[in-house]
Design a protein around this ligand. Structure first.
Ligand SMILES: [Zn+2]
Length: 240
């Protein structure tokens, strides 16, 4: 598997930034994980929208889904032109209903509701989900290609389910939005590092970065727990 960071900011993009969006490639197949503002444009650096067959949405906060609202126009028009033949498969939670209704647009998306029991197989990837702790229903997601495991926390606060879910994964992409004693519905960089260490993950990438914090600030906090932590950088590619 290969992971490309399309957008790492949250809950709003800084100058020239983009919010949550991650391109996971495996063999000749690609999956877009989250589609926040700026992500649709950046996806097209790598693929035409005809190649966008699978999107996983961890939750329905705007910084994770706002570009879905313009993607629906693109797909609608291109389907009518005959340029895109099939609706895009979306895997997402079932609430808030208002956002689900917005995604239910002219048949451009095939909406597949996920929960913590869902097991998907896309190509040779086994995909599973776990409920996280956030103001709206949010799932962490995990991909296994038979050899390696990649997990993404989505957005989350402290909870008991995350460590068992990500146990021993090869790459763990984790919300570490907060620093020091900041409060919010996210983890601090330090807690992200402690959770990754407790779960024996081989590599941690911290993401969902507050645009006014610097990469150095995140690194300094997390590296007190794990030496070789990575702070997500847009367009960086990580082999899994
Ligand atoms: Zn969120």
């Amino acid at each position: 598997m290969k992971l490309t960071i399309l957008g790492s900011h949250g809950p709003y993009p800084g100058k020239d930034g983009a919010c949550s969006g991650y391109l996971l490639e495996n063999n000749r197949m690609n999956i877009l994980i989250d589609c926040g503002n700026g992500v649709l444009s950046r996806y097209q650096r790598y693929y035409d929208l005809r190649d966008l067959k699978y999107i996983i949405l961890t939750h329905f906060h705007s910084d994770h889904v706002s570009d879905m609202m313009v993607l629906r126009y693109a797909v609608d028009i291109r389907m009518r032109k005959g340029d895109i033949k099939e609706p895009i498969n979306i895997y997402c939670p079932n609430e808030p209903l208002k956002v689900l209704d917005d995604l239910n647009f002219n048949g451009v998306f095939k909406l597949n509701i996920v929960d913590e029991k869902t097991k998907l197989k896309i190509d040779n990837l086994l995909i599973s989900f776990e409920k996280m702790e956030h103001p709206v229903l949010t799932y962490a997601v995990k991909f296994n290609d038979g050899k390696k495991t990649f997990a993404f926390s989505g957005d989350t606060m402290e909870n008991d389910r995350i460590i068992p879910f990500i146990k021993s994964c090869d790459v763990f992409l984790c919300d570490g939005n907060l620093l020091g004693d900041e409060k919010g519905p996210h983890l601090t960089a330090r807690r992200a590092a402690e959770i990754s260490k407790a779960a024996d993950c081989k590599k941690l990438i911290i993401t969902h970065l507050w645009p006014q914090h610097t990469t150095d600030e995140y690194f300094n906090e997390a590296s007190k727990v794990i030496q070789d932590v990575i702070i997500a950088k847009d367009f960086e590619v990580y082999d899994i």
